[in-house]
Design a protein around this ligand. Structure first.
Ligand code: OTU
Length: 650
């Protein structure tokens, strides 16, 4: 019954569309629209069925898909078709990513294109450029407060230069990932300006209230994201004479997805950037897309429906393009952004593995894999056609967002343990070499997160200051072993620019009043090309880190067992300081790797009888891919050097 109604609506819409778009080569469009229309229509009806002019809205959505489809360049259409055939292409071990700021890495888009060789030298072939869209010079949250979604910030260049960057990358078999800030706009966006000026149409794009009644009601259950710099979730706008919802900074206005016009605008923006040649779109802050009174306003069912709708729309016009979910939420919630109860991702194909990231930092501080191992055990399964984005560091703070139960299972009290971690990384804990700062401390809840560069957090900064060679060595080893996990774990590893050369905290941001209050800028420094040059000087810190990572990246690409086909098995080893897991090529079970990591700063024994049960160490020793050396057990136990990692094969 309903399916039929959907079908006849599709026909009506197609008839209305025809005169305008009929003449174009739309064969694939019609096929894909036909295949996805039932889902699109159902989702749109679920979300907006009770809104006036439903049919007209539906038509306008389909028109958006059609007109962006007409623009899609032949080269991109070709790649859409190729990826539809080779649908698991992104699960391959060949992809290794890096996130960077265009301006901080290379001034502008031209510079970025000219410096791709740095990435290639390291083996990186997926480039995530942090947001580059036009935003106010000061209040911009590092690009996440967009003023114009269709314009590249002139500081970086032009839209055409993004297209040429995409084309250059494609020629080098590299991928481009761009940010789409779906949850909010800058207060200077045209929609916000018109809302301010009193236009009802645009006030309806946001959550705008005449008085505190509803905002107060919302505040009862909504947490604060930036409690120090932007307490509360609403901002009084004097010009408008109203309150507007601003979950992040006061100048970031939350879009109201209860309004179908907002959804349609955002689908149009997504497809526009897909058409400029982005292979992957990182959807920012997706957990926040739907606000509901009486809830925390994160991970609502409707947020998932919106993402499904966005995905289905993208399937029609740009089916080769993938979404990354940036949902830094509880472990059990993150995997839902792939979509639930499916085989193929029906929301985002890729999701930030914030749980693994935080667990890795736990292992650094405790010098043990006790909580890490528990956390990995409880990591929810991902869908078959979906994968994790595994990272150690990114442009944001580190939130200790793993599960309390995993902390308990590892034998610690969650509250005390988190306190310890904050103290450790901020250097308050006696003997800690870390040089981080607390971020987003909330005295009301006792929560805090951590800022700081990878190198400074693992103690490289303090070690270099004291000139303590052993401490320098330990810091370098820690950087390498953390990367060894994200490279081997299963999923796409995403490095952070600067980490491969041991970039330390940078305090320049303190001199800029627009940044001074946000200490995440301490780990967003200008890439130091002089320091980078030292990667070619033998014996330097830069060379030691860079070469080790380069080597592991090259190896990862060769090892088919590292492709992500749900082929990881966590192995129980009696020593809690160690992490052990195996990766097996599902096509050929003889291709497999045993990953062993010692997070402790002392050598650790590993009894191998447990491993024998899994078929490892049955003959005399195994070969470490990283060093090429054979590793053999003595008296049935293996000694792992301090802060070391092995990728062992038979
Ligand atoms: C994301 O933040 C971005 O990565 C941040 O750089 C932005 O400031 C923020 O959105 C607003 O655009 O929203 O889903 O610190 O605030 O990790 C999680 C915790 C987010 C979160 C942050 C993330």
């Amino acid at each position: 019954m309903y399916e039929q109604a959907s079908h006849s609506l599709l026909n009506e819409i197609l008839i209305e569309l025809k005169p305008e778009i009929g003449k174009h080569r739309m064969r694939h469009f019609y096929t894909r629209l036909g295949a996805n229309f039932y889902a699109i229509h159902s989702l749109f009806r679920l979300l907006y069925g009770d809104r006036p002019a439903f049919k007209a809205r539906m038509l306008s959505l389909v028109e958006t898909l059609a007109s962006r489809d007409m623009e899609r360049a032949p080269g991109l259409r070709k790649s859409d078709l190729a990826r539809e055939k080779d649908y698991n292409w992104f699960l391959s071990q060949k992809w290794v990513g890096m996130a960077l700021y265009c301006d901080r890495f290379a001034d502008d888009l031209k510079g970025l294109r000219a410096n791709l060789s740095y990435l290639q030298e390291l083996g990186v072939n997926l480039l995530h450029v942090m947001p580059m869209l036009d935003c106010p010079p000061d209040n911009n949250d590092g690009g996440y407060a967009v003023r114009d979604f269709f314009r590249i910030d002139p500081r970086y260049g032009t839209t055409e230069e993004v297209e040429s960057l995409a084309a250059t990358l494609k020629k080098r078999d590299m991928l481009l990932a761009l940010d789409i800030v779906v949850n909010h706009t800058s207060e200077e966006h045209e929609w916000a300006r018109r809302a301010r000026a009193g236009e009802q149409k645009y006030q309806d794009y946001y959550y705008v209230f005449p008085d505190r009644e509803i905002p107060d009601h919302y505040e009862e259950t909504m947490p604060e994201i930036f409690p120090e710099t932007a307490p509360g979730n609403f901002t009084w706008d004097a010009e408008m004479g109203k309150w507007v919802m601003t979950v992040f900074n006061t100048y970031q206005w939350d879009l109201n997805y209860r309004n179908p016009a907002v959804l349609i605008e955002m689908v149009d923006i997504i497809l526009f950037w897909a058409n400029q040649g982005a292979d992957i779109l990182r959807l920012d802050a997706v957990a926040f897309l739907w606000k509901k009174l009486g809830s925390v306003c994160q991970n609502e069912r409707e947020a998932h429906l919106i993402l499904q709708l966005m995905k289905d729309c993208c399937q029609v016009t740009a089916p080769g393009v993938l979404f990354i979910a940036e949902a830094i939420v509880a472990p059990g919630e993150i995997s839902k952004y792939f979509g639930e109860d499916a085989i193929n991702a029906k929301e985002c194909e890729i999701a930030y593995n914030a749980t693994l990231m935080a667990l890795l930092w736990d292992a650094v501080a405790t010098r043990s894999a006790a909580v890490l191992g528990q956390g990995i055990t409880s990591l929810p399964n991902k869908l078959e056609r979906a994968t994790w984005l595994n990272y150690v560091r990114c442009h944001d703070d580190i939130g200790l967002g793993f599960d309390d139960n995993d902390i308990r299972r590892a034998g610690f009290d969650p509250h005390q343990h988190r306190r310890f971690l904050i103290d450790y990384f901020t250097g308050r804990y006696p003997g800690s070499p870390a040089r981080g700062l607390p971020f987003g401390e909330n005295p009301k809840t006792g929560d805090a997160r951590i800022s700081g560069s990878l190198a400074s957090l693992v103690g490289l900064e303090s070690a270099l200051e004291s000139g303590d060679e052993a401490a320098i060595d330990a810091a370098i080893r820690t950087i390498v072993l953390l990367h060894s996990v994200i490279l081997a774990f299963g999923g796409i590893p995403l490095l952070y620019y600067g980490d491969a050369i041991g970039t330390l905290n940078c305090l320049e941001y303190l001199a800029d009043p627009a940044k001074a209050a946000d200490n995440r800028w301490m780990h967003r420094s200008t890439f130091n090309w002089n320091k980078a040059k030292k990667r070619h000087e033998s014996g330097t810190v830069e060379q030691r880190i860079f070469n080790a990572l380069k080597k592991m990246i090259a190896l990862r690409k060769e090892v088919t067992a590292f492709a992500d086909f749900d082929n990881r098995q966590l192995l129980n080893v009696a020593n809690p300081n160690l992490l052990a897991f195996s990766r097996t090529d599902p096509q050929n079970s003889r291709n497999r790797v045993l990953v062993l990591v010692n997070f402790n700063d002392a050598a650790q024994p590993l009894a191998i009888d447990g491993l024998r049960g899994h078929g490892f160490f049955v003959a005399d020793g195994m070969r470490d891919l990283c060093t090429g050396e054979r590793v053999a057990a003595e008296n049935d136990s293996l000694i792992l050097p301090p802060l070391s990692c092995y990728w062992l094969t038979d």
